[in-house]
Design a binder for this molecule. Structure first.
Ligand code: FES
Length: 192
């Protein structure tokens, strides 16, 4: 069975008005923008589900940090996105250890189950699928993370079981005909 190996502090996306710049002001007021711009961006993304362009402009205006520097941070870290992303974030590790251990098969299983290409969000905006370089759990490779849960020692079949169970828990089977038909008991692709 896949093992949950670490806890992360990713926060579930919320859906306030992306143009509510007053919320950006509160985030900046409560933070130490110059001391920890990354934390400020994490809070912004937690608030809006992504980092909207107007929010970047507002952060730049309120902090005096140039927007180009803020975008530099956003593009450097895979955790940040400037486009709306799914409520639930799924990341597959494609670092060396995970790549060797079969990360590509894990990614393909998720793409098939959720009918979404890597790097994009499902049509219902419930899930985003992305890649990261290393989650720091190489001994458990291959590894994926769904929101705050990280799963290691995965096979493609185990990955299917995990995501089917998760979708079922959320009551979203009707959104994913393949999962609805297969249930949450695995199979439907097979490991190589
Ligand atoms: S390479 Fe995947 S956790 Fe390190």
């Amino acid at each position: 069975m896949p093992r949950r190996v670490v806890q992360t502090d990713m926060t579930e996306a919320q859906e306030p008005d992306c143009c509510d710049l007053a919320r950006v002001g509160v985030i900046v007021d409560e933070g130490d923008a110059h001391g920890n711009l990354i934390a400020l961006l994490q809070r912004t993304q937690s608030e809006f589900g992504y980092v909207p362009e107007p929010a970047v402009d507002e952060i730049a205006r309120l902090t005096g940090v140039r927007a180009s520097r803020i975008y530099g941070i956003i593009t450097f870290y895979a955790q940040f996105s400037t486009v709306p992303s799914g409520r639930h974030k799924i990341f597959v590790c494609h670092g060396t250890a995970c790549h060797v251990a079969g990360a590509t098969r894990i990614c393909e299983a998720l793409e098939q189950e959720l009918d979404v290409p890597d790097g994009e969000s499902t049509a219902d905006m419930e899930f985003s699928l992305g890649s990261v370089a290393c989650m720091g759990a190489c001994s458990q490779a291959p590894v994926m993370r769904i929101d705050e849960e990280t799963y290691g020692n995965l096979s493609a079949d185990q990955t299917r079981k995990v995501i089917r169970g998760f979708v079922k828990e959320l009551g979203l089977e009707a959104h994913y005909p393949g999962i609805k038909g297969a249930g949450a008991t695995g199979g439907g692709g097979g490991d190589e």
